[in-house]
Design a protein around this ligand. Sequence first.
Ligand code: APR
Length: 261
Amino acid sequence: MIQGNYDESIDRIANLIVDSSRVVVFTGAGHSTESGISDFRSPGGIWTRYDPDDFTLQKFLSNPESRKKHWQMLGEGFSGREIHPNPAHYAVAELEKLGKLNCVITQNVDNLHQAAGNSDDRVFELHGNMQWAKCLSCGRRYLMEEMRFRVEQGEDMPDCEECNGILKPDAVFFGESLPQDVLEESVSRSSNCDLCIVIGSSLVVYPAALMPRYAIESGAKLVIINLTETPMDTYADIVIHDKAGEVMPKVVEKVKERIAS
Ligand code: APR
C-alpha cells in the first residue's frame, strides 16, 4: 500500500471508530501471530503441519492416536514459553478504556484479549478457551498449566486423575458445536453494531466468519486489517493488508488525538 494511502486509511479508520457508537472487533489467529503463536492457514501455519481431519471431535473421542496428536500439537504450542499479548491486543484493550468498544468477538482460544486488559464480559470466545481441560466422564477441570507440565514430563495422552476419563481441552473442535450462548450473543452484537473491524482472520471458517456479514447486512461499516486478502475485502469500506501489531496502535493513537481535540 502507498504510504499516503496508508496514513489516510489509518486516519479514516480512526474517524470511523470515533464517529461510531457500537464498535465490534472480530479477531482471528492472525491477531496473535505477533505474540509468537502460529496461525492456521499462513505459510508454516498449523494446518500446513498437521492434518485438520485428525482434529475432529469424533476422532479425538474414538481414536487414541488422534488424542496423542492433539496433545503433541498442544505440547508444541506450549513449548514451555510464556505467551504475552502483543501491541494489537493492547490497542484493542485501549479502545475499551476509551469507551469505543462494544465487544471483541474472537476465534482465538489464547485468552490474550483478557490478558491485555479487555473485560471478560466484553470478550466472546466463539471457539472456546484453552485455559482449561475437562474430564468428559466426571467433569473435573484441569488448568492447562498443569496439562502443559504433564505433557512436558512425557505423558503423551494425559487422562483424568480422578476417574481415568478422557481429558478434552475447552476449545471447540471441528465437528463440535460452538457454545450456543456465546454464538447467539455474537450474532446479536454483530447485527447491531455500526462498525465491525476484522483483524487477523482468513474468514473461511463458519459460522464464525458470518459475523462481519451480519454486520454489513445490518448497515454497519466494515474495516479489515489482515496481512492477506479475505473473501470479504470487496465488501469492506477500508482494507489494510499489514500487520495488526503495526496498524492498531497507530489507529488508537489517532482515535485519542481526535477525542482530545
Ligand atoms: N497481522 C494481520 N494479519 C495477520 C497476521 C498479522 N500479524 N498474521 C497473520 N495474519 C493473517 C493471515 O494472512 C491470515 O489471513 O491472519 C489470517 C489468519 O487466518 P487463519 O490462520 O485461517 O486463522 P483464523 O481465521 O483465525 O481461522 C479460523 O479456523 O482452524 C480453525 O478453529 C480454528 O479459530 C480457527 C479458525
